[in-house]
Design a protein around this ligand. Sequence first.
Ligand code: ISE
Length: 337
Amino acid sequence: MVLKIGVIGVGMIGQDHIRRCIEVLNGCEIVAASDINLEHVKAVLKKYKINGKAYTEGLDVISSPDVDAIIVASSGPSHEKYVLAAIEAGKPVFCEKPLAVTAEGCQRIVEAEMKAGKRLVQVGFMRSFDSCYRKLKEMLNTRELGEPLVVKCVHHNSEVGDSYTTDMGITDSMVHEFDIMRWLLDDDYETIQVVSPRITKYAHTGVQDPQLVLLRTKKGILITIDLFVNCQYGYDIRCDVVCEDGIAYMPSPLQVQTRTKGKFGEHVNTDWRERFIVAYDIELQSFIDNAKNNIVMGPSAWDGFIASKTAAAGMKALESGEIVSVNLPQCPSFYKK
Ligand code: ISE
């Protein structure tokens, strides 16, 4: 069976998923797409030689009888409406982050999915599909290094545009760490604190960059996130885990090393799409393979909700400079893995 996919939103990430479905992945076909600009959807469909339907309203993609499963890649504020409609229609939906722009919106999705009685939502948190994070988790799970005590995360972007705000450091960038650390450590958060160091000369006016976040987990593990989104030198994601009997360093993707003219060198990625390209392929292939068997796995609506609750507490911590309780609810058995 070939999974017939409808894509809502054909901006940068929507187009990237279309390219992936057409050129890289197996077992799927794009049959419909939407965008507020109809001419733009038509142009994208033409570019990829797709003989699918073009709509201006994402709800038409969802209700189309030709469509088996949905990819939501429209702007963040529209996600909740589309995910709820896909649940209502009983169609599997892969939704780019954020699941919804507020924790309350994410909660409404969680409630709708539980009411539907089966998982239909996969959130586009791609890091748990990345081989470097997977190797790190395998190592920690052996307990060869004992229990984890401290995790030091680095999240550096080369540069960001002038639409990037201080809040986005938490809601758009660090939200990946909020998700992946729960997956890596099988733990949840107690408190969050945001500390603001001296600002780089490369930050746009009014933007706090770098930012340092401290999370304390329920098991007492302390996580630091060093976020620096105008670091200039490249896109750099790192994760060191200090354990009772040693330290685990997350491996970096394989790169050719060079020695020339008295210098040692290695390529540093400059873009997050390049760094996580394989992880994006694997997450979407897994959505497709599962949806064909009428199941949905991977990062859940609950994970999207918890990331959003953590980000909301992070925003409070940013404003107040205080240590803020994250106050996470109990995970319903529906979402227990
Ligand atoms: C961007 O939206 C992403 O999702 C990237 O993975 C992240 O590293 C970047 O900081 C965000 O702006």
